[in-house]
Design a protein around this ligand. Structure first.
Ligand SMILES: *Cc1c(COP(=O)(O)O)cnc(C)c1O
Ligand code: SF4
Length: 526
């Protein structure tokens, strides 16, 4: 850039200088302060003092209404400073751009998240923030159940002392008697299981605690009326244990067990009433199907919960899949790192890393509230993230649990900080009338998810999905229309502004003969 060009004022700087010019009566104190800033800016080798001077001049013009001439400065002197600022800045940003525009852009953006920032830690505290309180819960529950510290810290101990019955539940959590009576009624039909660790995440004295809602069934589950639709497998299972919606991805339901049974479980029919071990023959039939269909590229090991498989079975299964040439990537569906993070030990991590070396392994988990992220689960995810190629979250949009901007944004930011990438948010399914009371209207879901654009990191924004024989995105269409010149009008979700976005030139796009090296082809032939 030439010196002349550097000094040539850009439109933003001209606008700024015009805006701060003028006379007035400068009070002595202000004049001294501005004089000091001017001297510092004149000697500066950095942009900071120059920016500071111009900010002060903007303030002086805004509040007492005093222009720079009143401080005895000339426009030439200020233009000189502007030129120097631009030459120091690596990106050639001008004073007009920085002071006159950028500050205003940030100022206009900040209110969009002000409400979230003010409310997030009160309305949606994370398990990390609540850790002292949750540890006190843990001590109490451990004593009630008679668990040793070793029991508490091991996966086998957590399962051995899991809360399956309403009497034990009543001893671990303080629930109203009428609620306990209803739990007894519901568990006559549906199963309940809380690991002691997961039970310790329930906050005492919070009626609809977001963790409690997920693990202790309520009366609505049996009182909701409606027709239960057949489970997904009934018309999507081409082979034993296999569910298939897509040509290149299949799910294999390797177990019906979970460490904790969710009160909103989509696979309730598959979970059934009792834990079952599946035979090697069943797995073999599923593997035969995958082996015989070479369009299958991605295999989801799910359940139930993939991490309920013993390490040996998991090692064998991943080995079998890795031996199939067309299976290139594997996914493991598990909530265990959330409900029982004690499961994530070095043997499991080694098994995952060994398979990941042969082809990417992704762990897909389900975290629905920031309260489920504690220092313990965060550490489990940290270690997982170092042994597999990605850890992704599939949350379910659930009433009272994550059905507000504050709760869902906090969830997404908290898991993002816990080494987990938000992947999907599922709308709670219509298939099971048991969960009708947990459902959230789609418009609300859209507002919550769309509201994230521009306000939180892009890779902390999940896709909003309706599952209906495959996953259908529910995102609002941001293409608002098209101009006569072919440009599209795009809608900025964060402030409602319209952006005019010129489309690819159809004449260029249609002209294959001249595209890139094609244009030389005739020449070569000639
Ligand atoms: C969720 C699911 C998949 C995977 O879908 P993606 O969009 O690839 O995450 C595949 N098969 C079944 C049966 C599923 O439920
Ligand atoms: S972890 Fe998944 S499969 Fe298991 S109960 Fe919860 S939602 Fe159902």
């Amino acid at each position: 850039m030439t010196h002349a060009k550097r000094l040539g004022m850009d439109a933003f700087t001209i606008e700024l200088l015009d805006g701060i010019s003028g006379g007035g009566e400068a009070p002595a104190e202000l004049a001294a302060e501005v004089g000091r800033l001017f001297a510092a800016a004149r000697d500066a080798q950095r942009t900071g003092p120059i920016v500071e001077l111009f900010r002060a001049l903007v303030d002086a013009k805004r509040r007492p209404g005093i222009g720079f001439e009143a401080f005895g400065m000339s426009r030439d002197a200020l233009e000189e400073l502007c030129g120097r600022h631009c030459s120091i800045d690596e990106h050639g940003v001008t004073v007009g751009g920085r002071v006159g525009r950028a500050a205003a852009v940030v100022e206009a953006a900040n209110p969009r998240v002000a409400d979230y920032l003010a409310r997030r830690d009160v309305e949606a505290p994370s398990g990390v923030e609540l850790w002292d309180e949750l540890c006190a819960n843990a001590r109490r529950i451990r004593d009630v159940l008679g668990m040793s510290e070793e029991d508490w810290n091991s996966f086998s101990g957590q399962l051995r002392f899991a809360v399956n019955d309403v009497e034990t539940l009543a001893r671990c959590l303080d629930l109203p008697e009428s609620a306990i009576r209803d739990v007894a009624r519901v568990t006559g039909t549906y199963r309940m299981r809380l690991t002691p660790y997961y039970a310790s995440l329930v906050r005492r004295g919070v009626a609809n605690d977001p963790v409690l809602l997920q693990c202790v069934p309520t009366a609505e589950m049996v009182d909701n009326v409606g027709v239960e639709l057949p489970p997904v497998a009934s018309d999507h299972s081409p082979a034993r244990l296999v569910d298939q919606f897509y040509p290149r991805v299949v799910a294999v339901k390797v177990t019906n067990m979970c460490a904790m049974y969710c009160t909103h479980c989509l696979r309730i029919a598959h979970i059934g009433r009792a834990d079952r071990m599946f035979s090697r023959e069943a797995y073999a039939e599923a593997l035969d199907y995958i082996r015989a269909n070479d369009s299958i590229r991605d295999v989801l090991i799910t359940g139930g919960d993939a991490f309920m498989l013993p390490n040996e079975t998991l090692r064998w299964l991943l080995g079998e899949l890795d031996a199939i040439d067309h299976v290139r990537v594997k996914r493991l569906g598990t909530r265990v790192p959330v409900t029982t993070p004690q499961r994530v030990d070095s043997e499991l991590l080694d098994i995952l890393a060994a398979s990941d070396d042969r082809g990417p392994v992704r762990v897909v988990t389900q975290i629905n509230t920031a309260q489920e992220i504690t220092p313990v689960s965060r550490d489990a995810f940290r270690r997982l993230s170092r042994h597999v190629s990605a850890v992704l979250n599939q949350a379910v949009l659930l009433r009272g649990i994550n059905d507000s901007r504050v709760k869902m944004w906090k969830l997404c930011e908290t898991i993002h900080e816990a080494y987990v990438r938000p992947y999907y948010v599922f709308n709670c399914s219509y298939r099971n009338p048991q969960y009708a009371h947990m459902r959230v209207p789609i418009e609300r879901g859209r507002d919550i998810i769309e509201g994230m654009y521009g306000n939180i990191s892009g890779d902390a924004i999940p896709r909003y999905i309706a599952a209906a024989g495959g996953k259908i995105p529910l995102h609002r269409d941001n293409v608002a229309g098209r101009g006569a010149d072919g440009a599209v009008f795009l809608h900025k979700p964060w402030n409602g502004e319209e952006a005019v976005y010129p489309d690819a030139d159809p004449d260029l796009y249609g002209n294959d003969a001249d595209f890139a090296f094609n244009r030389y082809m005739g020449e070569r032939k000639a």
